[in-house]
Design a protein around this ligand. Structure first.
Ligand SMILES: Cc1ncc(COP(=O)(O)O)c(C=O)c1O
Length: 411
C-alpha cells in the first residue's frame, strides 16, 4: 500500500484483514448485531485488550526505501480507520468501505467521479447540504444536476440523459420522508449505464442495506446514527464492486478528507449498539407519529410506518425491524408559531443534525433546508409549518408530554 494511492480493492485478502477471522464470520453467517461487535474489533494481539487501541500515528515506518508495508501515510490508511471500514463493509454487505471526515466529504467523494459535462439526477426530497453541494459547488466544474421526485420512476427515467453518470437518492427523503423504490431505481439507472448512489443516513444499515437491493454506492453521515451520541463528525461509503472501491479510494486518498483516528474509534463504538438503539428509537417514533396524527393542531404527519404514508407498503418490503426514528409533521399554524413550538420543548433540543440518543427538533424551512432557494422550497413542499423530529432514546411518555405542552403553549 503506498501513499501514492496504489492500494487495491478491499477483499478478504487485503493485508490488513485477519483473513481467518473474516472468513469465519462469513462462513457461519453471523448476525448483524454480532458482526457489529466482533468484525473490526478483534482482540489486540500485542496486549490482549478486548477493545483495539486508537492508532494516532500519522506515518508508519517502511521496510525499505521505495518498499511499502501495510501502512505508510495515515491519510492512505490507518489501522483504527481500517478497523471501522471493515466493520462497515460487513454490516452493509459490501466488498469494502471508506470512512470520510464528514457526511458531506463522503458525498463530495462520490461527486468527484463526475467530470465536466457530466450530468447527475438527484431526489428533490434531499438534505439541504447535498442540495448546496450539487447546485452551488458541482456546477462550478461544469456538472449539471436535475432534481426529480425519486418516488416517480418514470420521472427519474425521463430525467436520465446521454450524459447522466450518477443518480443520487435518499433512502428516506429529507424532510418529507419519502421512500424511493430502490429495485426500480437500480433497474432504470443501470439500463442507462449510470451509477446509483444513495444516502442511507435516515435508514441505517440496521433497518435497510441498499447494496442488497442493487444500489452501487451507499453513503452515511456517520455523525448521525452510526456514531449515535452527537460527539463526532464522520461520513462513510460502502460498495460491492472492487473496481468502484478502487476509484473512490483513489479520490479519497488524492483529496484527503479521511476520518481521524479518534472519530473512527467513536463511530466504531457507536456501531456496536446501532441495532439496539435504532430499533428502540423507531418504536418510540412510530408511537409519536400515531399520536401526532390524532392531534387537533397537526395538519399532516410524514412517517413511513403510518398506513397513510404514500409508500408505506414499499417501506414494509424494504425495511426490516422498523421504519426509522425521524418524524416530520406539519402544523396548522404560521411560521412564527411553528418556530415557537420548536423553541418551547424541554427534552427535544432545538438543533440540526439527528440520529443520536437525545431527541432533537428543528424547523426545516429555516434550519436544515435553509440553503434551498426559496422557490425550490415551495416547489418541493418544504413549507414553513413543517417540524422535523429526531426521536432519541428517552421514553415515549416523556417525549409525548414535552411535545404536547410545546404545541399547546405556542398555538
Ligand atoms: C441525510 C443527511 N445526509 C448528509 C448529511 C451531511 O452529513 P455531515 O453533517 O456529517 O457532513 C446530513 C447532515 O445533516 C444529513 O442529514
Amino acid at each position: 500500500m503506498s501513499g501514492g494511492g496504489s492500494r487495491q480493492s478491499g477483499s478478504a485478502d487485503d493485508a490488513r484483514i485477519p483473513a481467518d477471522r473474516e472468513q469465519e464470520h462469513r462462513a457461519v453467517k453471523r448476525s448483524f448485531r454480532t458482526r457489529a461487535i466482533h468484525v473490526g474489533n478483534e482482540v489486540d494481539p500485542q496486549t490482549g485488550a478486548v477493545v483495539p487501541p486508537i492508532h494516532m500515528a500519522s506515518t508508519f515506518q517502511q521496510p525499505g526505501a521505495g518498499k511499502w508495508g501495510t501502512f505508510d501515510c495515515s491519510r492512505s490508511g490507518n489501522p483504527t480507520r481500517g478497523n471501522l471500514e471493515r466493520t462497515l463493509a460487513s454490516l452493509e454487505g459490501g466488498c469494502n468501505a471508506l470512512a470520510f471526515s464528514s457526511g458531506m466529504a463522503a458525498i463530495h467523494g462520490v461527486t468527484m467521479i463526475l467530470r465536466s459535462g457530466d450530468h447527475g439526477v438527484a431526489g428533490c426530497d434531499l438534505y439541504g447540504g447535498a442540495y448546496r453541494l450539487l447546485h452551488k459547488i458541482c456546477n462550478r466544474s461544469g456538472i449539471s444536476v436535475t432534481l426529480v421526485d425519486m418516488t416517480d420512476s418514470s420521472a427519474v427515467d425521463a430525467a436520465i440523459g446521454n450524459h447522466t453518470r450518477l443518480v443520487w437518492a435518499e433512502t428516506i427523503g429529507n424532510p418529507r420522508l419519502t421512500i424511493p423504490d430502490l429495485h426500480e431505481l437500480a433497474r432504470i439507472t443501470h439500463a442507462k449505464d449510470a451509477l446509483l448512489g444513495v444516502d442511507n443516513t435516515f435508514g441505517t444499515p440496521a433497518l435497510l442495506r441498499p447494496l442488497e437491493h442493487g444500489v452501487d454506492i451507499v453513503m452515511h453521515s456517520a455523525t448521525k446514527y452510526l456514531g449515535g451520541h452527537s460527539d463526532c463528525l464522520g461520513g462513510t461509503l460502502a460498495v460491492s464492486d472492487p473496481q468502484l472501491y478502487d476509484e473512490l479510494y483513489f479520490i479519497q486518498n488524492a483529496t484527503g478528507a479521511v476520518l481521524d483516528p479518534v472519530s473512527s474509534f467513536l463511530v466504531a463504538r457507536g456501531l456496536k449498539t446501532l441495532d439496539v438503539r435504532v430499533r428502540a428509537q423507531s418504536e418510540t417514533a412510530s408511537h409519536l407519529a400515531v399520536w401526532l396524527q390524532q392531534h387537533s393542531r397537526v395538519k399532516q404527519v410524514f412517517y413511513p410506518g403510518l398506513p397513510t404514508h404514500p409508500q408505506h407498503e414499499l417501506a414494509g418490503r424494504l425495511f426490516e425491524g422498523g421504519f426509522g426514528a425521524m418524524v416530520t409533521f406539519e402544523l396548522d399554524g404560521s411560521i412564527e408559531q411553528t418556530a415557537r413550538v420548536c423553541e418551547s420543548t424541554q427534552l427535544f433540543h432545538l438543533a440540526v443534525s439527528l440520529g443520536a440518543v437525545e431527541s432533537l427538533i428543528e424547523q426545516p424551512a429555516t434550519m436544515s433546508h435553509a440553503s434551498y432557494d426559496a422557490a425550490d422550497r415551495e416547489k418541493f413542499g418544504i413549507s414553513d409549518g413543517l417540524i422535523r423530529l429526531s426521536v432519541g432514546l428517552e421514553s415515549f411518555e416523556d417525549l409525548q408530554a414535552d411535545l404536547d405542552q410545546a404545541i399547546e403553549h405556542s398555538l
